[in-house]
Ligand binder design. Structure first.
Ligand code: GUN
Ligand code: ZN
Length: 450
């Protein structure tokens, strides 16, 4: 318990079952407990509920204000989507019939070019932020497009709806089949500077810029260097894609003949830091994973996308064995679902497919996948000092889950343990079961206007 001081006041107290991950336990279930949130949105205490009366005296709240969770309810940490293209949300669930490089030129770049139009951007960005929040994504690491003003608008909307976000204005100066959908290197640098400066100037408490070279084939060596410098000078996050499909890996070899590997391309341009998250990584070698470990860079595992556009299957167990930070991503719209529950399920499917291929492979458990979607994601984004689990002093980003909502997707039978209830939610649940969402102590779902 944190010591109370005269300034901290309690904004919420919940009583019931809390489910989260710790570095030691993939799932820790705390029954008959109480959790308090202070008026700065931080977790003030998490204790057994027999302490309730004494906590109410120390912290000065009324026990009648405590929110009691029902028998089939629990609180869990908000989910962290470590890789999602907000700009591709308009065609989610379609256009999954081409491999990556053709998919980009045929579907993606023509759609992303439309974000010059701020009305178009406002419509799609409002919908993706609301949809992901409703599905329990309290933190999203977003790709926008090359357009600075539309990317700033995405930042404004995440702040307005209360989602924690890293927002990236996409940088690309070559190899686009859509001539108007790329920038000159000078324009790209100037617009990236403007994007970062303007977004930081807004002082949104939970929204920050992320330096976003699209991927090596879209960027000249000089652009990659500029972006490495901008990120390092300003201590900013970096996001990109790496080793998603084999054709792309071969292309990078021909475009960067002086580099030993795809990973070496980013390493040489100072883009691998402990604030870097690279999506996919399906075809990374063990040697490359060692570089990820040494630099503290993370991988975003996007299994729906990896299967949907036939890119590959990441061996998450091998990545974890290399002690590389790893979170999950939806990768909308290469992935067809904006839900992190889907990302967890597809992570298990891929792990099981790897076991079918090789019975020696150690399949991931649902508990481990729960950790990857919460604490793992926070580590991948280097936000684990702030979010990821229920630890005193961290921000309260949480979901209230009810597995027994009327007309819901889950049937329960007698005497099911909290662990079984969690497993059913992870495998069968959807947004109907996520009845409340909190970010930094603020209730953001249900939406205030509904
Ligand atoms: N590689 C470069 N750009 C993209 C993108 O938009 N989606 C995916 N899945 N991979 C990429
Ligand atoms: Zn992506």
């Amino acid at each position: 318990m944190r010591q109370n001081d005269t300034t901290a006041r309690i904004a919420h107290v919940f009583r019931g079952t809390f489910v989260h991950s710790t570095p030691r336990d993939a799932v820790e279930i705390l029954e008959s407990s109480v959790l308090g949130v202070d008026d700065e949105g931080k977790i003030a205490f998490i204790e057994k509920d027999e302490q309730l009366v004494s906590l109410s005296k120390i912290w000065g709240f009324e026990t009648s204000d405590v929110k009691q969770l029902g028998q089939y309810e629990f609180l869990m940490p908000g989910m962290v989507d470590t890789h999602i293209h907000a700009s591709q949300y308009s065609y989610t669930g379609t256009a999954l019939d081409l491999p990556l490089l053709e998919w980009l030129n045929t579907y993606t770049f023509p759609v992303e070019a439309k974000y010059k139009d701020l009305d178009f951007a406002n419509n799609v960005y409002t919908k993706v932020v609301r949809r992901t929040l409703k599905n329990g994504t309290t933190t999203a690491c977003y790709f926008a497009t090359i357009h600075t003003d539309a990317s700033l608008l995405l930042g404004e909307l995440t702040d307005k709806f209360g989602q924690r976000a890293l927002v990236g204005k996409v940088c690309m100066d070559c190899n686009s089949a859509v001539p108007q959908y790329k920038e000159s290197p000078a324009e790209c640098k100037a617009e990236t500077d403007r994007f970062i400066k303007e977004l930081l100037k807004k002082e949104y408490p939970n929204v920050k810029p992320v330096v976003t070279p699209r991927f090596a084939p879209s960027c000249s060596a000089s652009l990659l260097s500029e972006l490495g410098e901008i990120a390092n000078n300003n201590k900013l996050h970096i996001q990109s894609h790496i080793s998603e499909n084999k054709e792309e890996v071969e292309l990078v070899k021909t475009l960067f003949p002086g580099c030993k590997s795809y990973t070496d391309v980013y390493l040489k341009h100072n883009l691998l830091t402990d604030r870097t998250v690279m999506a996919h990584g399906c075809h990374l070698t063990d040697e490359e994973l060692e570089i990820f470990h040494e630099t503290g860079s993370a991988i975003s595992h996007c299994p729906n996308s990896n299967i949907s556009i036939c890119s590959g299957m990441l061996n998450v167990r091998n990545v974890l064995n290399h002690r590389v930070k790893l979170g999950l991503g939806t990768d909308v719209a290469g992935g067809y679902s904006p839900s992190m529950l889907d990302a967890m399920r597809r992570t298990l499917d891929t792990s099981k497919a790897l076991t079918i291929q090789d019975p020696q492979h150690q399949t991931l458990t649902f508990e481990e996948v729960f950790r990857l979607a919460t604490l793992g994601g926070s580590e991948a984004l280097s936000l684990d000092e702030q979010i990821g689990n229920f630890v005193v002093g961290k921000d309260f980003d949480a979901l209230r889950v009810n597995v027994c909502v009327p007309d819901g997707p889950i049937d329960l039978f007698s005497d099911e343990s909290p662990k079984v209830i969690l497993e059913k939610f992870l495998n069968l649940g959807d947004d109907r079961n996520i009845t409340e969402v909190y970010v930094s102590g603020r209730q953001v779902v249900p939406f205030p206007d509904t």
